[in-house]
Write a protein that binds this ligand. Sequence first.
Ligand code: GLC
Length: 413
Amino acid sequence: MMNFTEIRERAREVLTGNLVHNSEYFYTCPSIGTYQHQWLWDSCFHAIVWSYFNPENAKRELLSLIKKQFANGMLPHMCYWKKAKGVFPRLGDWLFKRLWPEPDRSRITQPPVIAEAVTKIYDTTQDREFIEQILPSLIDYYDWLHLERNEQISGDGLVSIIHPWESGMDLLPTWDYIHKITHFFTLRAGLWLSKLIKEYNKVDWQIDRIKELNLFLVKDVAFNVIYILNLEKLANLCDLVGDQSRKEQYLSRAKKAQKALNNKCWDDETGFFYSIFSLNNEFLPEKTISGLFPLILDIDRNKIERLVNEHLVNEEEFWLPFPIPSVAKSSPNFNPRGSSMVLWRGPTWFNSNWYIVKGLQRHEFDEYAQHIIAKMCEMIEISGFREQYNPFTAQGYGAKNFGWSTLIVDLLR
Ligand code: GLC
């Protein structure tokens, strides 16, 4: 059995091996073999882990990210700093990169984890100067989310995503309901994903036109939970620099979003949270890991207990030998096998585990949290730091030496 020190050392090697830098940029790519560009939420997770090994790297990673921030405040989900190498990465670029209006970044965002990453860096370094340097970008980003993705779409406090990639859970079966794919296969989904970008290009990415098109407008549970959590972190950062009025504003946005999440995404009959269509608030009725994310928040005890007892530790749903699968076993769309092309349709991912474990610890389900952490160590032992794991066998799928799987370090401290 690998011990804590060995896992930590292996994690450090993974992150170090994935560093990409020159005088202009400095980031950790998710995986040299598969994903060579800079991704938004990956970089935030990497920064969180870097804060244990080398906080300067964590800072540089985030400072590179904000270099590609749009004038309106949006942080792109991908920054293309350099040309990809190798067959698979180049195929990805050939298929998608050329669709974006800007050659060096995408026009969509990803779950807003950055305030949490900055907070982690501050907790480790107490570096106020860094906070002062990066805070204006964070403010612009979360204000953009509020204005463009909340106020201009439905105004109930929840933010909408306009493309499956924004969820960070690209091919989740939840999206099948929107692109009306009855028999999923990646090529078809890929064509639809690129079609969305092409349609948005035609309306010049204006949010009112995107709303009219209504091709993909979703209030995703996990995205919103991360948004709420990060608004709270951002409020603390504002407090730190003495900006009380912003602090209050972000806390009140978080509160409003949480209220709407409880009212609109919770289904009392099944005791679960579902993502909803943004314009009519209808449920997207698929049980996925996204619906467990509210465990991280301070929501009422009854809901927490139902999520844990009826779903998380239910062997027909999420309590599989190597938890937590991205889709409940009971779903007809559940597929325990993944690949570089089939993502988020069943296998276990470490970033979602990291969130759920923290939620369990927050609500005093320490035994379950410990069980998941022990299983994560076993997965690393069996398959190394992979992108995804088979929830029955721990077989690894997709990218190797995958960056955010090093989040285990933050759970083992
Ligand atoms: C996949 C994941 C996405 C991640 C990216 C880079 O597309 O679905 O969440 O950001 O890979 O790791």
